[in-house]
Design a protein around this ligand. Structure first.
Ligand code: ADE
Length: 246
């Protein structure tokens, strides 16, 4: 998969050299190209923002540098990328959207600072490409770079061969499957006793059926406590008698 990121803070994307994403890049599974937007600004101060029409606080990113940047990135590859525009006004970033994006060969991210990018840029590229305005949550960050780090990690770990154990995202919270509507429950490892705290007996019982039942019950309890909205909105057929009795 190829990823292009256009930003005024290339150094903000340094974490993409580390850990899972860094390793995927080193193995050639991910081709990440980071571009400094200011290389497409032409005045002596490399200006990329200006005051908003209609007044109001803050600055708006100018359309010309973004247009040149996107034209240049688009011309450097084959086919058409999906363009992901991080903004608190976008559609929610979900595991489902991560799965959808992980199937694309090429993504272009346009993290903005200030009050966002001149609307005409979104319209111009939206007329020819799949442009997705995406929010990572109902809070406002200082820019789109941190959301890009979040989205790239969520997408990269879904690529074939990137996670050590292919099964390890199958039971993630929000993953499709039997536990699709539930959060993941608690996990334990050795030692069997730590500071006087033991582990649930059932996990060392060797009884796979009982372990599965226990995991599901714990998942249900945790979801009910932390995200009751997920249970509310799920298909009631997703829950069995045992769940409902909890
Ligand atoms: N830019 C600022 N806040 C954001 C958010 N919550 N999601 C995506 N991009 C953003």
């Amino acid at each position: 998969m190829r990823l292009d990121i256009v930003t005024i803070f290339p150094e903000y994307l340094e974490p993409l050299n580390v850990s899972l994403v860094g390793k995927a890049r080193a193995r050639g599974q991910l081709d990440v190209r980071i571009h400094d937007l200011r290389q497409w600004a032409h005045d002596k101060h490399n200006t990329v923002d200006d005051t908003p029409y209609g007044g109001g606080p803050g600055m708006v990113m100018k359309p010309e540098p973004w247009g040149e940047a996107l034209d240049s990135v688009l011309a450097s590859g084959e086919g058409e990328p999906v363009v992901v525009v991080p903004t608190p006004s976008g559609e929610p970033f979900t595991q489902q959207l991560a799965v959808e994006l992980s199937a694309k060969p090429w993504l272009v991210f346009t993290p903005a600072r200030y009050e966002g990018i001149d609307r005409r840029v979104i319209e111009e590229y939206g007329d020819r490409l799949d442009v997705r305005e995406v929010s990572i949550g109902d809070y406002v960050l200082a820019g789109g770079e941190a959301p890009v780090l979040v989205m790239v990690e969520a997408v990269a770990r879904l690529l074939p061969g990137v996670l050590g154990n292919a099964a390890s995202h199958q039971d993630d919270s929000f993953a499709p499957g039997a536990m699709a509507d539930l959060l993941e429950g608690p996990v334990y490892t050795k030692p069997p006793e730590w500071r006087g705290r033991t582990i649930p007996e059932v996990l060392v019982s060797g009884h796979h059926g009982k372990i599965a039942r226990w995991r599901r019950d714990e998942a249900f309890r945790r979801t009910d406590r932390n995200r009751p909205d997920l249970i509310e909105r799920a298909d009631p057929a997703a829950f069995d008698k045992h769940d409902r009795a909890m």
